[in-house]
Write a protein that binds this ligand. Structure first.
Ligand SMILES: [Zn+2]
Length: 137
């Protein structure tokens, strides 16, 4: 499966958002909320290549949290509401948005790593052997 350009991006976004296997698009990527499955239950793809590390948390913080904190600061400066307004709006909004976005962000990172054949510098031989093994699925 060699995808290019928009097709590649569409596949990454679709499988990551749905938490589906980036190889076949059918099996599940996650064993639980944020824990990756060991293998795809449809095609057997081994998820040991995936290392999203703290990427989902970083993107949740920079893409989701910072703008919402900006909103909370604007709300405070513009209207000076009581602290309870932030307790009921800003706090849950920031926390809920960050937690809800972790799974799709992790799915997109893992799908992107698979589709783009991401590998750590110096591990080219290991990555080549893993791909050869996966090709024989
Ligand atoms: Zn699969």
């Amino acid at each position: 499966m060699e995808l290019e350009g928009k097709e590649k991006l569409g596949w990454i976004l679709k499988t990551g958002w749905l938490g589906r296997c980036p190889h076949c698009g059918k099996g599940r990527m996650f064993a639980s909320w944020l824990k990756l499955a060991k293998r795809c239950d449809a095609c057997g793809l081994d998820y040991s290549f995936a290392s999203p590390d703290d990427g989902p948390a970083f993107f949740a913080m920079t893409i989701i949290s910072f703008p919402l904190v900006g909103f909370a600061i604007w709300l405070e400066l513009a209207y000076s509401p009581g602290w309870w307004v932030h307790l009921l709006t800003s706090g849950p909004l920031i926390l809920g948005s960050c937690i809800a976005s972790l799974r799709p962000l992790k799915g997109w990172i893992v799908a992107s790593q698979y589709v783009n054949k991401a590998e750590e510098a110096g591990s080219e031989e290991l990555a080549r052997r893993l791909r050869a093994r996966d090709a024989g699925l």
